[in-house]
Design a protein around this ligand. Structure first.
Ligand code: ASP
Length: 345
């Protein structure tokens, strides 16, 4: 998609879903990611204009939810406004690419998740390098995933699901948020563990995928508790398991994949904040400090707990811990993806 129309679409999205602001709601004033800087970033005056947080998936999905949770307390600490923009597409790589190419002035910040570490193994022409194109601000949270299906989907348990999809591989549909997204990876792990290849239905985020799942347009998917908790608790979807070694406190009846018989299906979705390479260190530091304050905010802790997750410990909300995590995860996923033989383009 051409950049200008992408930005226009993003501006319309902002107008529709609003702005996180300390002062007042304002629509679309963030402009193009990285395009509106006035050069104040390297000074002690940062921030002196709106900061844009780019979410590389649809509004209303799990990445968007976590971003909006921390944006308000971060804006309060920074003494400015944060505008959230959804720049979706290609499993989160479109939004990440936009931020990699943005002005390195601290006014364009990317929230991304595990997908940052999977994309290089999947996309041949990514246009950015995770470790080289960004400065890391800090880790944010690590979110369990759940395997959920439309309410009237036949299989009752995870074992039933495996049996069912094997027998009906040509007609079962598995939703995801595009190649390299967390839902894609989790779906990949499921298919590997079950020994089956299914028809995948890609969305620009699991927000709209969940809507379709509730509406019965797709059969099942894997997604973060930050998106699925409400629908699981309300009985709007059928939930089979959570993909972490321990059960999730807010969903106490949901078995783990190990309990449910697929111990190899383990994944949790770490999130971090990035700015373009070359962003002044004092600006990165201010963002890191604001992130730490947001993660210690009781409202954020409570909101996350309700959705099955928690902020990372303070020592992980740092550029150093973030870089170490990304380095480790790039290696881990390169191997899993090579073994699975998957490619996006
Ligand atoms: N949960 C999505 C994923 O599969 C991302 C999103 O929609 O926020 O990665």
């Amino acid at each position: 998609m051409r950049t200008t129309s992408r930005y226009r679409a993003a501006a319309r999205m902002i107008a529709a879903i609003g702005v996180v602001s300390l002062v007042a709601a304002c629509s679309g004033s963030g402009g193009a990611p990285g395009g509106g800087a006035t050069g104040g970033a390297a000074t002690g005056g940062y921030p002196d204009q709106n900061i844009t947080f780019v979410v590389p998936f649809s509004a209303g999905g799990p990445t968007d939810t976590v971003t909006r949770m921390i944006a308000e307390p971060m804006a309060a600490k920074l003494g400015g406004k944060i505008v959230v923009q959804n720049v979706e597409g290609a499993g989160g790589t479109v939004g990440a690419g936009e931020v990699a190419r943005a002005e390195p002035d601290g006014y364009t910040v990317l929230m991304h998740h595990i997908g940052m570490s999977t994309a290089p193994a999947l996309y041949q022409n990514l246009g950015y390098k995770p470790l080289e194109s960004f400065e890391m601000v800090g880790l944010v949270t690590e979110v369990p995933m759940t395997i959920v299906a439309r309410k009237d989907f036949e299989p009752a348990t995870l074992q039933d699901l495996v049996t069912y999809v094997k027998a009906n591989a040509n007609k079962v549909t598995l939703a995801n948020a595009g190649i390299g997204a967390a839902s894609h990876l989790c779906g990949l792990l499921f298919q590997t563990a079950a020994g089956v290849k299914l028809q995948e239905v890609p969305y620009e985020g699991t927000g709209p995928a969940l809507t379709d799942l509730v509406g019965g347009q797709v059969d099942f998917m894997c997604d973060q508790t930050t998106n699925t908790s409400g629908q699981i608790s309300a009985g709007e979807v059928k939930a089979y398991a959570v993909t972490t070694p321990e059960r999730v406190k807010s969903l106490p009846d949901l078995p783990t994949t190990t309990e449910a018989g697929l111990p190899k299906l383990q994944v949790s979705v770490w999130h971090g904040l990035y700015v373009p390479k070359g962003t002044p260190q004092e600006v990165v530091q201010k963002l890191t400090e604001a992130l730490k304050v947001a993660l210690a905010d009781q409202k954020v802790i409570d909101q996350m707990a309700k959705l099955g997750t928690a902020p990372v410990p303070a020592e992980d909300a740092t550029p150093q811990a973030h870089r170490a995590k990304l380095e480790e995860q790039l290696g881990t996923w390169a191997k899993v993806i090579a073994d699975a033989g998957v490619k996006a383009s």
